[in-house]
Design a protein around this ligand. Structure first.
Ligand SMILES: [Zn+2]
Length: 399
């Protein structure tokens, strides 16, 4: 599929400067709240008059609310401002080959609505129809009917564009070829859309609400249909030149090993992924319908599932060692469309290499952790990306 630039900036220079200054003020309020206009002017470098104008606009638009007065020195106590949590919300949607997940998250990160819609196929028309259904449900569920929809973060499995591993088997969405995903979703959802890969969105969700809160550099191994890697370095998402960084599923861990749909042999995805679990179980005559089937089989100690878990441990350990030495993360998080019990079992079964840059005295976080956001992690991440874009100034917008 094609992705039109998700970071496009439109409008005149004056308009871009205005939007940038709004983001600067929102960003400082979200970090310092409650905060007054003189303090905002001091930390932003904008004039008090400019800050006053922006605050008036943001209050009018429902982004900021007054938060009482604070006595500071002589004179009238200064009026304080905070984010108006319920004033605006973002939609997050995850598209998987067999289902779509939706979440509505407000400006302060509170989840207002979640849903799951089963897909009989993942063709663009079916996905667009389900997206419209998610939007309608979210709008009905809003606690306040005047709540502004900031936009939508739509999360899909990569790779994006025509590359050597495009359409690689069951983990890819079929029939998207030259579809302009951003345009399709903007029309279906009637709002601005950011399209992001699932692993990156999951990594962002863990930073906003999960186990990566407070971390600046970490990686997230995402179990979708296939396997993806989200990377955050010094607080910034790493996307690569074409949005395809982190295709860890197609890294070869066993030369000459199992045949992968991408054409390689021995890809990590053929050992440690839902596809691999499905293949192992199908060979034992068991059809997997959903993640809850995996959970049930796990609690039944199903021999085929246990055999898959055993076989996945070494390739996954090897990949984590590779990730550590390449990116030097504070931790590697495992999560996505796998039951917590199975993720915990996978983590417990790892034999991590002693020869790794991650082995050092005084570690504050474990080398590997399980994500806290569960099966909605990517959808929540989609919404978090929109909120992040709303309150974080983009460097490109400064000029
Ligand atoms: Zn492959």
């Amino acid at each position: 599929m094609k992705i039109t630039s998700p970071r496009r900036i439109v409008g005149s220079n004056a308009e871009r400067t205005r939007l940038h200054n709004r983001q600067v003020v929102l960003g400082h309020v979200s970090e310092q709240q409650p905060v007054g206009r003189a303090e905002l002017a001091r930390i932003s470098g904008l004039s008090t008059q400019a800050v006053s104008n922006i605050i008036a606009e943001l209050v009018e638009d429902g982004f900021l609310a007054e938060a009482g007065r604070q006595v500071a020195g002589r004179g009238l106590p200064a009026l304080q401002y905070r984010l108006n949590g319920h004033g605006a919300a973002a939609l997050g949607i995850e598209v998987r080959p067999d289902a779509m997940f939706g979440a509505l998250v407000d400006l302060e990160g509170e989840t207002l609505f979640t849903t799951r819609i089963a897909l009989t196929d993942s063709a663009p028309a079916s996905v667009a129809a389900a997206a419209r259904e998610i939007r309608a449900g979210a709008l009905v569920a809003r606690p306040m009917k005047n709540q502004r929809l900031l936009g939508a973060g739509v999360v899909m499995p990569g790779p994006f564009g025509n590359v050597g591993i495009s359409g690689a088997g069951q983990s890819a969405l079929q029939g998207w070829g030259e579809t302009d995903a951003t345009a399709l979703f903007e029309e279906a959802l009637e709002t601005a859309v950011i399209v992001e890969n699932d692993a990156t969105a999951a990594a962002v969700a863990e930073r906003v609400r999960g186990v990566a809160s407070g971390l600046r550099t970490y990686c997230f191994i995402y179990f979708g249909a296939g396997l993806g890697l989200g990377m955050v370095a010094d607080g910034e998402v790493q996307r690569g030149a074409f949005g395809n960084a982190g295709e860890i599923g197609h890294v070869v861990v066993t030369p000459g090993g199992r045949q992968c749909a991408c054409g390689n042999r021995g890809c990590l995805e053929t050992y440690a992924s839902r596809i691999a679990a499905r293949t192992e179980l199908a060979a034992a005559g068991i059809e997997l319908a959903s993640a809850s089937d995996i959970e049930r089989l796990y609690h039944e100690n199903n021999p085929a599932l246990m055999a898959w878990l055993d076989a996945a441990a070494a390739p996954l350990s090897q990949a984590i060692g590779m990730i550590e030495n390449l990116f030097d993360p504070e931790t590697v998080i495992l999560g996505g469309a796998m039951p917590n019990a199975v993720l915990d079992h996978l983590i417990g079964g790892l034999s991590l290499a002693g020869g790794s840059v991650a082995v050092r005295p005084g570690r504050k976080t474990p080398r590997v952790m399980r994500g806290a956001c569960g099966r909605l992690t990517a959808a929540l991440g989609g919404a978090a990306l929109v909120i992040h874009d709303t309150i974080t100034p983009r460097i490109a917008a400064k000029t």
